[in-house]
Write a protein that binds this ligand. Structure first.
Ligand code: NAD
Length: 309
């Protein structure tokens, strides 16, 4: 993750230093990053000039002491609370007092990490997704001690390097892993119950409701489907599969208030007639473009070599 994040920062115009306490690992990551920049240019992912400029901005930092001029330090060491606390303490001691200190933890509680940081108001979580070079979304997770201007600085930095940050709370799994794991558990249960094979579940997820996900989140999708429809479907699921599908009060109340989604002008979100029309038109344009892309680049089926196209 660290080398991928460094690549995005360097391509985004930032002087970047990589550090790893194992000299061979540091050298390997630095070499891999420079090779990836050159290879990306030969494949047309970015220009030769962009690769050269980014390559010139990245270098190896032999020790944490070499971080003395960094304005932002991103820790991406193995997911171990004590190890991360040690590294964050050392980085915050070495970096300038106003440098922002960040952890790329996938799961550890922000407040327990913040305790290890000198001046913890400048610490927060920044959860990237694999592969960091390409996945646009990054969760930004303030600790209880994080200053609001630090959140703003980190959000601005991420936007500047082309990412799409979302500020979320420090609860287990934050937002992305919580939802991703709920989907995964249900998918696995479908296979275990013999409802469908793993391949069929993958096809349903990516080609049915997953098709919409690059453009719409669950609340917009529910509003477009109709909250009364969602409520009825949940009723059937609850009867057949148990209490975990009980219709939540928040949904029941919206339906009782007549807020059925786009068709009634309001659901979880509000829609004027004009906005609804624009939304549906824009939706169709995006789905048509996505279908064209999927024809050119169909899903990579398991067992196919999709790595080097
Ligand atoms: N792999 C993912 O998909 C993913 C996604 C999001 C977040 N993360 C998080 O990113 C972090 C790193 O994950 P990864 O998959 O890149 O792990 P990794 O094991 O591939 O890389 C960890 C790197 O940290 C280095 N390291 C070990 N001790 C160190 C120290 N004391 N100081 C500095 N570096 C040290 C290792 O040499 C290695 O290069 C973890 O917190 C992980 O939870 C991973």
């Amino acid at each position: 993750m660290g080398a991928g994040i460094a690549q995005v920062a360097a391509l985004g115009g930032y002087e970047t230093r990589l550090h790893d306490p194992v000299p061979k690992a540091l050298e390997a990551a630095n070499d891999r990053l420079h090779r990836a920049l050159a290879k990306g240019a030969t494949k047309g992912l970015w220009s030769e000039e962009a690769a050269d400029l980014a390559g010139a901005r990245v270098g190896a930092a032999a020790s944490i002491g070499d971080l003395a001029e960094c304005g932002l330090v991103i820790e991406a060491a193995p997911e171990d609370l004590e190890l991360k606390r040690e590294i964050l303490a050392a980085c915050s001691g070495a970096a300038p007092p106003d440098a922002v200190i960040v952890s790329n933890t996938s799961s550890l509680p922000m407040d327990e990490l913040a305790e290890a940081v000198e001046r913890p108001e400048r610490f927060l979580g920044m959860h990237w997704f694999n592969p960091p070079e390409w996945t646009p979304g990054v969760e930004v997770i303030p600790a209880a001690t994080t200053g609001p201007e630090v959140v703003e600085r980190v959000v601005a930095f991420l936007r500047d390097i082309g990412k799409r940050p979302a500020v979320v709370g420090s609860r287990p799994g934050f937002v992305a892993n919580r939802i991703q794991m709920a989907l995964f558990l249900e998918a696995l249960q479908c296979v275990e119950e013999g409802v469908a094979s793993a391949q069929e579940v993958d096809e349903v997820v990516r080609s049915c409701f997953g098709f919409r996900l690059p453009f719409f989140g669950p609340f917009q999708i529910a509003d477009m489907a109709g909250l009364d429809v969602y409520s009825s479907v949940l009723g059937t699921l609850r009867d057949g599969l148990g209490e975990r599908f009980e219709t939540p009060n928040a949904l029941r109340e919206l339906v009782e208030q007549g807020r059925m989604g786009t068709k009634s002008g309001a659901g979880f979100l509000e829609y004027s007639d004009e906005e609804r029309e624009r939304l549906l038109l824009e939706r169709d344009r995006r789905y048509a473009a996505l279908n064209e892309l999927l024809e050119r680049l169909p899903p990579v089926e398991a067992g196919q070599d999709g790595g080097e196209t």
